[in-house]
Design a protein around this ligand. Sequence first.
Ligand code: MN
Length: 253
Amino acid sequence: MTGFEGKSIAHSFFDDRANSMHHVFPPHPQTTLSVRDSEALFPVRRIFCVGRNYAEHAREMGATAQADGLEPPFFFTKPGDALVGGAGELAVAYPPLTANLHHEVEMVVALGAGGANIAVDDALGLVFGYGVGLDLTRRDIQAKAKEKGHPWDMGKGFDQSAVCSSLVPAARIGHPAHGRIWLKVNGAIRQDGDLGQMGWKVADIIANLSTMVRLEAGDLIYTGTPAGVGPLLRGDLLEAGVDGVGCLTARIV
Ligand code: MN
């Protein structure tokens, strides 16, 4: 390297700092979700998911019911940029390293405000809106992790593992606590439950999660899946819906 090249690099570095543009490469684009009947986009921050929030699904996954009732909720996360979202037929890539990709239809809560240690009575006030989502799961990798006591991340948080419809604002639909939540694969019903079967309700979930992390506007919370999860194949067409919220269509490619 000549002295001239070194000086040139140092000079451009100095110029960038003067312009407050100090990134070593361009920042990743902001992940967003469309909002139904609106031009405005919802900027996505983090993705939290509740595990085993419907008793029937917990049983199908092999959990045994506790005699003293509901266990505390537990959470896992997916990267914000694992999201595939919006209106129309969404294309979702079949992920690598699995022979057992599962669908889990879930109601998605989108936060428009945040906070820590939120009271249950204040929790719904943070909600911007709701969507219909899929918590896609590499069930074979998750099962192996469970068996070994390893983290679930690679079973749950892979690329394109979080699918979500356009959001609909709570200002328009309120806060759905009852209503059918369903999923069809190639026209055949696979999951058919009701939001009323959720063990932990939306307000409880937000309040509990906010004791563990400070929630922020842009955070999404997947609220758990009813029974009937099962495998997907390349080419499958998924249609899902939550009464009062909307519908989602996705193709596994
Ligand atoms: Mn789930």
